[in-house]
Design a protein around this ligand. Structure first.
Ligand code: SAH
Length: 347
């Protein structure tokens, strides 16, 4: 999956296949810019400060955030330098057209060692996953070869289910109740149980460790908005989207967007172990509503043509309604240990 997604982002316009919150409403990026400005105040206004974005897509979020901070938080706007973490040259060019002042990096480690406010929307879900399959006590790892899944024996091996990250094995799963047995069914439940799939996103855990260590050492915060359940359980969440519709993840590798649910608990645990404080995950709908999504949208809608005003309000609703993007998408923040709770995460 790693190669398939690198090829996809390098050669395609992903926004032909799916849309994201900054592309739905300009208020999303504006709110995140103001979130960064207020968090910078809470951190004691460190200068200089990096305003960084991981996986910036078309650069829309950053362009909206910079415009909003220029208008309402000029001290933050004057203190910051913009940094992007992006691996796709095609998307980096789109970002440069929107935000010419940016500095580009292909990984976190090359950013200057200075106080940082990092934001990332739908970045973690685009990082590759590994899938491990367990049948009884046998572990295999699932790979893609010649357009189909193949399974090879996994180093997790027998009885090492709790091998932890060092061995790149999924944490020991809690056994699920066996499926209900039918009348007259004499098969042992274990033999009939379908295989369980565990997903591991090494690169996200490495990022959490690096960011956690960085935030433990100097002032800063990193906000992630992404989709996944609050508590991850076993299961296959890999999905492919092409032209806005579900597609076969194996067909035409590199031509569909491949994503999988973010395991927020694992990400948070890795960042905490490295020394950061973590708040969330909380539903995106709560986060954006607390930060004034509707007040700002109403302000923008005022004096607009009714059709335009309705479109702005529907866009805001799409981001927060529980059955649209408001509940499955979550906000999570990693912080320097002395940072007061950042805006939106107060209980
Ligand atoms: N944040 C944007 C785009 C989300 S799509 C938005 O909300 O619209 C995912 C983004 O992450 C793309 O910009 C893609 O090129 C980038 N990306 C994917 N894998 C990456 C990696 N390993 N390192 C850096 N950027 C990556």
């Amino acid at each position: 999956m790693a190669r398939a997604n690198a090829a996809y982002y390098a050669h395609h316009d992903p926004f032909a296949d799916f849309t994201t919150a900054p592309e739905i409403s300009q208020v999303f990026g504006e709110i995140i810019g103001l979130w960064a400005a207020v968090t910078w105040e809470l951190l004691g206004r460190p200068r200089p400060v990096l305003f960084a974005e991981a996986g910036p897509g078309r650069g829309t979020l950053m362009a909206d955030a910079l415009r909003a901070t220029g208008q309402t938080a000029p001290a933050f706007r004057a203190a910051l330098s913009v940094h992007f973490i992006e691996t796709s040259p095609r998307l980096a060019a789109a970002q440069a057209a929107r935000v010419p002042e940016g500095n580009w990096h292909d990984r976190l480690e090359t950013l200057p060692a200075e106080p940082i406010l990092l934001v990332a929307n739908e970045f973690l879900d685009a990082l590759p996953i590994r899938q491990f399959v367990r049948r009884a006590d046998e572990w295999t790892e699932r790979y893609v070869e010649d357009g189909r899944f193949v399974e090879l024996p996994s180093p997790c091996g027998r009885g090492q289910g709790g091998g932890g990250r060092g061995a790149f094995c999924p944490a020991a799963p809690s056994p699920r109740p066996p499926p209900a047995r039918g009348v007259g069914d004499s098969c042992p439940a274990a033999a009939r149980r379908s295989p369980e799939v565990f997903e591991l996103r090494d690169s996200a855990l490495t990022l959490a460790e690096s960011l956690g260590a960085r935030l433990a050492a100097q002032p800063g915060a990193a906000l992630f908005l992404d989709y996944g359940p609050t508590e991850s359980t076993a299961g296959d969440s890999l999905q492919a989207i092409r032209d806005g519709r579900p597609a076969d993840p194996l067909a035409e590798l590199g031509r569909a967007d491949l994503t999988a649910h973010v395991n927020f608990a694992a990400f948070a645990a890795a960042a905490r172990a490295a020394g950061a404080v973590v708040h969330g995950p909380i539903p995106q709908g709560n986060f954006l509503t607390r930060l004034g999504l509707f007040q700002r949208t109403d302000h923008l809608a005022r004096n607009r043509h009714p059709a335009k005003a309705l479109a702005l309000i529907d866009a805001a609703n799409r981001l927060v309604e529980p059955n649209r993007m408001g509940r499955l998408f979550k906000a999570l923040v990693l912080c320097h240990p002395t940072c007061p709770t950042p805006p939106g995460f107060e209980s």
